[in-house]
Design a protein around this ligand. Structure first.
Ligand SMILES: Cc1ncc(C[n+]2csc(CCOP(=O)(O)OP(=O)(O)O)c2C)c(N)n1
Ligand SMILES: [Mg+2]
Length: 412
C-alpha cells in the first residue's frame, strides 16, 4: 500500500472538548514567564478544558461513572499504591547510598497506571523516565527492578544503564533512552512497522512536557499522523522539565492542541484522575486498533518531588505550588471513590500497605544479595565476539592499581 493510500482523514477524538478553551489554562505555572520561584499562592491545578470524571473528593457526577469491573478498579488502585511505596523506598535507598540515582514519580501514578491498564497485553509500551510502574504492570518483578537500580550482576543490562532504565522484552516494555524525545521516534517507528506487517498491536509512547520541544517530537507526531500509525503518544505534562516551567516550554495554549497541528485526534485529560486517564486511553487504543490512526494525549499532572535525586526543586519553585497539587493527590482521590463504592476500607488499606511494604523489603534484600557485574561484561555484547583489542584493553584495566577503590559506588 502506498503511503498516500494509507492516509485517512483524522477525526477529532470523542473526548476532545468541542469548544476550544476560551482562555489559557489556569496552570499554577502557566502565566509565569520566569524560572525564579513562582509566587502564585493560590495556585490551583488546571481545570479548564480537561476531561475529568472524578472530582477532587472522589465523587463522580451522575451518568459519568464508567462502571469498570471491580477487578479492574482494584487493580488500578493496587498498582498505584504499590508504585508509590516502591518510589518512596527507592528514594530512601538513594539517600542511603545504596543506589546512585532515582527519578521519583510521586503524584504521577494515575497517569501511568491508568494509561497502561487500558492497553492489551500484546500492545507495546515505550516509556520515558517516570513510567517504572508500567514495567511492573508488564511483569517486571520488584527484585528485577531493584537489580536494575543497583546495576548489579543480575541486572538485564549488567549495570550499563542509568537507574530507572528498566527493560522487559517479554512484557513488551521497551528500554527507555535518556536522550529526551528519542523514544517518540522509536514508538512511532514501531507502530508504522506494526501496520506494515499487519500485526495487531497498538503502541503507547510516553513523553514529558519538556520532550515536546525536541526534534523527535515533531518528526514523530508528523510520521504518526501521515502514516496513520496505530499509536498513542501520551504526554505527561507534569508542569516542569527539570527547572524549566511549562510557561517557558511552549507558547501554545495547551500541549494537547499540538495534535491538531499534525492532523491527529487529541485530548487533554486530568492526569490525576485514573478513571479519566483510563477512559481516554481506552478510546484511543480502540481507534488505533481499528485503523483510525494515532492520538495525542496530554495528561495534566504534577511532579511533586525533584526531577531526580540529584535535584533540589526548592531552588526554583514555590512550595505553595507543590502544596496546591498535593490536594489533588491521585491516590487519595481514587481511594475515596472506591470507599464510596464499598470496595475499599481502612482494614483493607492497612493490610494491603503492609503486604507491599513486606514485598518491597523482600525485594531489596534479594537484590542486594547479588554481586556486581562480571569484569568481562565491560567488553562483552559490543561485537558478536570480543575483539583482540577489547581483550587487551580489559586486561589493562584489570591490572590497574587501586581500580577497585570505587567498586560499588555510582559514578555521579
Ligand atoms: C536531548 C536531551 N537534552 C537534555 C537532556 C537533559 N534532560 C534530562 S531530563 C530533562 C527534562 C525532561 O523534562 P520532561 O520531558 O518534562 O520530563 P520529566 O522529567 O518532567 O518527566 C532534560 C532537559 C537530555 N536527557 N536529553
Ligand atoms: Mg515534565
Amino acid at each position: 500500500m502506498t503511503p498516500a493510500k494509507m492516509v485517512k482523514k483524522s477525526k477529532p477524538a470523542k473526548a476532545t472538548p468541542k469548544t476550544k478553551p476560551a482562555t489559557k489554562a489556569k496552570s499554577p505555572v502557566a502565566s509565569k514567564a520566569s524560572a525564579a520561584p513562582t509566587t502564585t499562592p493560590a495556585a490551583t491545578p488546571a481545570s479548564q478544558g480537561l476531561v475529568r470524571l472524578l472530582e477532587d473528593d472522589g465523587t463522580i457526577s451522575k451518568g459519568k461513572d464508567p462502571n469498570l469491573p471491580k477487578d479492574t478498579l482494584l487493580y488500578l488502585y493496587e498498582q498505584m499504591v504499590q508504585v508509590r511505596e516502591f518510589d518512596r523506598r527507592m528514594l530512601m535507598l538513594q539517600r542511603q547510598g545504596r543506589i546512585g540515582f532515582y527519578g521519583p514519580i510521586l503524584g504521577q501514578e494515575a497517569a501511568t497506571v491508568g494509561s497502561v491498564a487500558a492497553m492489551e497485553k500484546r500492545d507495546w509500551v515505550f516509556p520515558a523516565l517516570r513510567e517504572g510502574a508500567a514495567a511492573m504492570m508488564r511483569g517486571l518483578s520488584l527484585t528485577e527492578a531493584i537489580n536494575q537500580l543497583i546495576g548489579n550482576g543480575a541486572d538485564r543490562c549488567k549495570g550499563r544503564q542509568m537507574p530507572c532504565h528498566y527493560t522487559l522484552k517479554e512484557g513488551n516494555y521497551y528500554g527507555m533512552s535518556s536522550v529526551i524525545g528519542t523514544q517518540i521516534s522509536h514508538a512511532v517507528g514501531a507502530a508504522m512497522a506494526a501496520r506494515l506487517r499487519g500485526d495487531d498491536v497498538v503502541i503507547l509512547g510516553f513523553l514529558g512536557d519538556g520532550a515536546t520541544s525536541a526534534n523527535d517530537f515533531h518528526c514523530g507526531m508528523n510520521f504518526a499522523a501521515v502514516y496513520q500509525s496505530p499509536c498513542i503518544l501520551f504526554c505527561q505534562n507534569n508542569q516542569w522539565a527539570i527547572s524549566v516551567p511549562i510557561s517557558k516550554q511552549s507558547a501554545s495554549e495547551t500541549l494537547a492542541q499540538k495534535g491538531k497541528a499534525y492532523g491527529m485526534p487529541y485530548v487533554r485529560v486530568d492526569g490525576n484522575d485514573v478513571l479519566a486517564v483510563y477512559s481516554v486511553t481506552k478510546a484511543a487504543v480502540e481507534r488505533a486498533r481499528s485503523g483510525g490512526g494515532p492520538t495525542f494525549i496530554e495528561a495534566v499532572t504534577y511532579r511533586r518531588l525533584g526531577h531526580s535525586s540529584s535535584d533540589d526543586p526548592t531552588k526554583y519553585r514555590d512550595e505553595a505550588e507543590v502544596k496546591a497539587w498535593e490536594k489533588k493527590d491521585p491516590v487519595d482521590r481514587f481511594r475515596a471513590y472506591l470507599t464510596k463504592k464499598g470496595l475499599w476500607n481502612e482494614t483493607k488499606e492497612v493490610a494491603f500497605k503492609e503486604s507491599i511494604a513486606q514485598r518491597v523489603n523482600d525485594a531489596i534484600a534479594a537484590a542486594e544479595k547479588n554481586g556486581p557485574p562480571a569484569d568481562e561484561s565491560l567488553v562483552t555484547d559490543v561485537y558478536a565476539q570480543v575483539t583482540p583489542q577489547l581483550k587487551e584493553q580489559l586486561s589493562e584495566v584489570l591490572a590497574l592499581e587501586g581500580r577497585s577503590v570505587n567498586q560499588g559506588a555510582f559514578p555521579l
